[in-house]
Design a protein around this ligand. Sequence first.
Ligand SMILES: [Fe+2]
Length: 449
Amino acid sequence: MEIRNKINTLFAATALCAAVALNATEKYHATHLVFTYMGDPSTTLTANWQLIGAMDEIVDGGARVYYDTVSREGDVDAYSNSATGIVFSIDGLTDRKVARVELGGLEPDTTYYVCVVIDGMPVLPEVKVHTIPSDDSPIRFVTGGDMGVSEDTRILLKNAATHDPMFAVIGGDIAYANGKLESVGKWDAWLNFYTQEMVTTDGFQIPIVLAIGNHEVMGGFNKPKEHAPFFFGFFGQDLEKSYFKRQFGENLALLVLDSGHVTKHEAQVDWIRETLKQAESVNYTSAVYHVPLYPSHRDFMGHFSDQGRQYWAPVFDEFSLTVAFENHDHTFKRSHFIKNGKVAKKGEGTLYLGDGCWGRKTRPVDPDLRWYLDVAGAIQHFWVVDVSTDKMVYRAVDIENKVVDVYPQDESGAKIASKRLNEKLAAINNPVDVAESSSLVTTEATSAD
Ligand SMILES: [Fe+2]
């Protein structure tokens, strides 16, 4: 009997592989499966994937996801649950279709084994993904922005996955396709990186929360959302708006904002105020967006930074936003606590972390740090954030997967991180003296990035 079961399992697995191969060779190539959140991250997940080469007459059966709390190895009849979604095209993009299925009614803090199906046939191997706890259990995520598709991006993504985050928050300027249909290959490269590298040490997929940046939009700023077809098409989040809120467990509210790309700062103010008001009982509130209110490289009076300080900062101050994750400047920075446009006592204002260097080459910061910055430097990095009832802890991690900053500074590893940061900053400031270390530090001239 046991031998027969093994033979049946082997047959099922072989049949799945054959089915995937058939689609790949004769119809289309299914790829780029990533998870996002269109609803509560504790009880929903959205599966997004693409069908390269799919034409209208081929994909007509819709998208379906089969899922269960135990592995069924792609045997669609064995899964306890399924959900139906949509297959759709992006206007003008003729080489593929996009599939999106929302899974609802999930149990919090639970592993789901997921099999994506087109026309009744599995098109990718089963994957596993874990929902977010709904209680006060600790939460870990990684965040950063300004990635691109260089080998540095791949390495930093691989590093990020080793920290076993529950999800990733990306603050814009992701694939650098600029919303142009002819540049979709950049998204292919980025999605290949993400799906290949962003898998935890236990083999879990890492869902993504994405904020929009100028390089998601044809024209960069003040454009209609139709100028960001990939951002809205490839990732099911809020389908109408470029700003939204997600709650992660009892302790963290995250506002995903648009720093003027398809929605102006001013137009989001009432929503930010109302959302932070509703989140007043949550221990920690956070925001992620692209253009920094407190830039570390660019001009402090840059238009979109100024807009952020004019329209958003007063609301952040009113509700004591815990932390803002900023990007766009291609540096590493941690601000002082800031409130009312001034340095505040520790814990009384908002901490601004950034500045978007999760793959792009670095830009320099001023030799004398600006008044609002505690530390900053030309360092590629991402942030690992731990949230618990008692505290939020932030760790910046570099391309060698070493921690270069820990806040609060009485947390474990802070002294070693500070030593490493100082060594790296010395290498940047004295590149001739430390030529051996120059591979750690890369700079580029300011551009329109
Ligand atoms: Fe940018």
